[in-house]
Design a protein around this ligand. Structure first.
Ligand code: FES
Ligand SMILES: [Fe+2]
Length: 393
């Protein structure tokens, strides 16, 4: 696209190298893998923003991200062996250090290893997630989130791969809650989810803040349930009463952050992290209960979702014993995946309650247009204090 052409929202759907949205997202640290799933000596292939990479953990515990294919003749590096913090290719045994520098070419009488280097990318482990900087030049400052630095227990959900454009998730809103989650709310007796919601959205130095107004809600409005925050370009944070089995009856509030990261143009991966204000043995018990629930229900949740999308069962027919957490995930999946891999943007009928959608798109279009025109981009300022607090705190 020429720098002069006016950017349309449809231009933001591609995420590969050289695309407007892909280049913009590459300017930020992005989550790429759940850290606990990366075992030493077990390299993993990953795809993020339409590019494939090799992620591995060395014997020292350090994490490295390098190219997918070997610079010799392209064999997948994940097939190779981790030796210390280095990675050896299985095809002809060339060995590379964590910076991507070739350090051994075993069958050559005269080594040219010093001239061979593959790209490696800066990585950081934070909140149980591996973040990487995939852009050009020096990585920007790494961002931390004050709500997740408070005392409490951090739980990092298994990454959730969803077969549709990341925009279908970023465009998700508050108004959907009493509709999409009606069946589960009724099944679980959570009538508080069914009250209609409105939201007031305002721009902030980091993106936007949404203040929710739930009509007729009798509980005190608190920032925990009443506000949500969007951090440009693709993170969203909010408070939610815990839905974990065994803790459902407690007045316990999680702060949740979710990053929506494109795998490619037609698939995204969500990384969800929650902070819960429980410490010590109780915090541990809470985390274990949550991880156990993920394990037992993760396997067939998308099978159920696909059945719903095929018209073979309804959301009202989801099994009673399914946790609210998993049922909510299924309800969101069918709504978002069901819109199609690339939803019919441009043919929508946006209305007042879609203010959040229009604002997010406006911020994105403004930044990406500036990037294409070679103008300075906004410097998003993260809050220095927690945002999600109980009113009484
Ligand atoms: S392809 Fe990797 S060493 Fe030859
Ligand atoms: Fe939802």
């Amino acid at each position: 696209m020429s720098a002069q052409a006016k950017l349309q929202f449809a231009d933001l759907e591609g995420v590969g190298p050289g695309t407007p949205a892909g280049e913009y997202l590459r300017k930020f640290w992005q989550p790429v893998f759940r850290a606990s799933d990366l075992l030493p000596r077990r390299p993993k292939p990953i795809e993020i923003l339409g590019e494939k990479f090799t992620l591995y953990r060395g014997d020292s515990g350090r994490i490295f991200l390098v190219e997918y294919g070997c610079p010799h003749r392209g064999a997948p590096m994940l097939l190779g062996w981790v030796e210390g913090d280095d990675l050896r290719c299985r095809y002809h045994g060339w060995k590379f250090d964590g910076t991507g520098q070739c350090i051994e070419q075993p069958d050559l009488e005269v080594s040219s290893a010093h001239r061979v280097k593959m790209r490696s990318y800066p990585v950081r482990e934070y909140l149980g997630v591996v973040f990487a900087y995939l852009g050009q030049g020096e990585a920007p400052e790494f961002i931390t989130y004050p709500d997740f630095e408070k005392p409490g227990v951090i739980v990092t959900d298994p990454q959730e791969v969803v077969p549709c454009t990341f925009w279908n998730r970023l465009d998700n809103d508050i108004v959907h809650i009493p509709w999409v989650h009606r069946a589960t709310a009724l099944r679980k007796g959570r009538l508080d989810f069914i009250v209609p919601r409105k939201e007031v959205v305002e721009e902030t130095p980091y993106g936007w803040k949404s203040t929710r107004i739930a009509k007729g809600r009798t509980t005190n409005m608190r920032d925990m349930s009443g506000s949500a925050h969007f951090f440009m370009p693709n993170a969203y944070q909010f408070g939610v009463r815990t839905r974990i089995k065994g803790f459902e009856d407690r007045d316990l509030w999680d702060t949740k952050i979710t990053w929506t990261v494109p795998v490619n143009d037609t698939t995204f991966v969500a990384f969800d992290v929650t902070h819960t204000p429980l410490t010590g043995e109780e915090g541990e018990r809470y985390a274990q209960s949550k991880y156990k629930q993920f394990e037992t229900e993760a396997e067939d949740r998308w099978d159920l979702a696909d059945k719903v999308l095929a018209g073979e069962m309804t959301l009202e027919e989801l099994p009673d014993e399914l946790s609210a957490y998993t049922a909510f995930a299924i309800e969101d999946y069918v709504t978002q995946v069901g819109q199609g891999t690339v939803a019919r943007r441009g043919q929508e009928n946006l209305v007042e309650t879609d203010r959040k959608v229009t604002l997010t798109r406006r911020l994105w279009l403004h930044e990406v247009q500036a990037m294409l025109d070679g103008e300075p981009l906004s410097v998003w300022k993260m809050p220095s204090e927690p945002l999600q607090v109980l009113a009484a705190e």
